[in-house]
Write a protein that binds this ligand. Structure first.
Ligand code: ADP
Ligand code: C5P
Length: 237
């Protein structure tokens, strides 16, 4: 019985060791707070590492025909707009070292496209999105949890410019959506997830000091994992 127990503990230990081979980072924050830009800055500084960014946006539910005809009254900032089962499956599979095909979302048609992006053999995964800290099941998979905290006026002005330039919107539509859905949902669902963050980055990508500290932390975590993988190293399982 003792042997069995030791064996099952070893199995547990080795599976949790395997489980944590890759580093998983979550970046949440309001719309246009600079989540994507912070990801780019982190990637720039970790150029020799295999890093993938996964966007929660990829897991938006495709709209039904009826929803599409009344799209102006659809709340894309409510948690129910996302396919959480699909997103959770992706995060868990990748954390376990398995490969996963990430869906592609189109902000112009509000639907999923045919193509997917295969992700495998990665050192660091960054999962970014407005509600990426929303569910406990996903939070539990994360090694580092970050919230990008940018002033709401700055976010609105960036959103207006971006949505008109890149997402096929007009000024009236962006402002109407912001006031009716984006701002109330930010206050009700997104801002409360800030308490789950390990690190809060004020001013987003402008905050070079915060980004440098985070990158240092990522490097040291990856180094720890490398050391643990070397045979006969101290702390090796
Ligand atoms: P999010 O991913 O949080 O929606 P993005 O990083 O895509 O935000 O930024 C939204 C818009 O604001 C983009 O057009 C981006 O180029 C711009 N932006 C982001 N950070 C800054 C910054 N520090 N200074 C100026 N513009 C920025
Ligand atoms: O990139 P960002 O974090 O801003 O993306 C999330 C935002 O995209 C949400 O605030 C939501 O209002 C918007 N969105 C949209 N149309 C869609 C899907 C999301 O305007 N079809």
């Amino acid at each position: 019985r003792l042997d069995n127990r030791i064996y099952s503990n070893l199995l547990l230990y080795s599976s949790s060791y395997y489980y944590s081979k890759m580093l998983m980072i979550c970046i949440a924050g309001g719309t246009a707070s600079g989540k994507t830009t912070v990801c780019e800055e982190i990637i720039k500084r970790l150029e020799n590492k295999r890093i993938s960014v996964i966007c929660l946006d990829s897991f938006y539910r495709p709209l039904t025909h009826d929803e599409l005809t009344t799209v102006a009254s659809y709340n894309f900032d409510h948690p129910s707009a996302f396919d959480w089962d699909y997103a959770t499956r992706a995060i868990k599979e990748l954390k376990s070292g398995n490969h996963f095909n990430i869906p592609t979302y189109c902000f112009k048609t509000h639907n999923r496209l045919e193509e997917t992006t295969p992700i495998a053999d990665i050192d660091v995964i960054i999962f970014e999105g407005i509600l990426s800290l929303y569910t406990q099941e996903i939070r539990d998979q994360m090694d580092i949890k970050i919230f990008v905290d940018t002033d709401s006026d700055t976010r609105l002005s960036r959103r207006v410019l971006r949505d008109i330039a890149e997402r096929g919107r007009n000024l009236e539509g962006v402002l109407y959506q912001y006031e009716k859905f984006v701002k109330p949902s930010f206050d009700e669902y997104i801002l409360p997830t800030k308490k789950y963050a390990d690190v809060i980055i004020p001013r987003g990508a402008d905050n070079v000091v915060a980004i440098d500290l985070i990158v240092r932390h990522i490097r040291s975590k990856l180094q720890d994992k490398d050391n643990n993988m070397k045979p006969n190293s101290v702390g090796n399982h």
